[in-house]
Ligand binder design. Sequence first.
Ligand SMILES: Cc1ncc(COP(=O)(O)OP(=O)(O)O)c(N)n1
Ligand SMILES: Cc1nc(C(=O)O)sc1CCOP(=O)(O)O
Ligand SMILES: [Mg+2]
Length: 208
Amino acid sequence: MPSLGRLHLITDTRAGRRPLAVLGAVLPVAHAELVVQVRVEDGATDRQAYDLARRVVELCRPYEVSCLVNDRLHVALAVGADGGHVGADDLPVTAARRVLGPAAVLGATAREPVTATAAVSAGASYLGVGPYRATSTKDGLPPAIGAAGVRAVAEVVGVPVLAIGGVTGEDVRALRAAGAYGVAVVGALSGADDPARTAAALIRELTC
Ligand SMILES: Cc1ncc(COP(=O)(O)OP(=O)(O)O)c(N)n1
Ligand SMILES: Cc1nc(C(=O)O)sc1CCOP(=O)(O)O
Ligand SMILES: [Mg+2]
């Protein structure tokens, strides 16, 4: 299984955002600590997801940066991605593992210890744990779990825990102290004035 980077950049495909430009800026500074998760809006077609994922894989390849696809595991397989990420509305983790195979990176969303341990038993190789704090990037999320919620999960699993939801560079120290291995972000990079500088700062905080 490929080693897992600590900074997960999740593509921002909301209107007006430029996911490929942001990725192009971040890749040269991020090296092995970057993982890219291709996430499209729920209403996007499979063809749109495929076209974006194919371009992301192409961009990442020269940098040896891993690429995962959110939800749509057939797209992950079709573009030769390194794996995928599933949550409560997606394929169950056991089924996702069967689809992707034993060597793939498979992430699962877990919001509390019980679902976290179940996801790991079912074959998850890392967990996305959140929302750390309230975020406007995604609708319909449950209340924020904060550092205590991240810690509660990190304490009971042996796989990397990535904190997600409203995370910025200023949160990294507290999240690492709570047991997080890394962070997954949308807005912190997509909305940054200088995504390369922001990514470099995040990686410094994640690896110091
Ligand atoms: C790293 C990471 N953590 C959590 C999620 C959320 O997944 P999910 O709950 O399935 O919600 P959607 O992203 O599919 O809307 C994630 N994508 N990545
Ligand atoms: C896609 C997603 N999933 C979440 C969860 O808690 O499951 S929070 C989230 C959005 C993360 O975006 P930002 O970094 O801009 O807050
Ligand atoms: Mg999902």
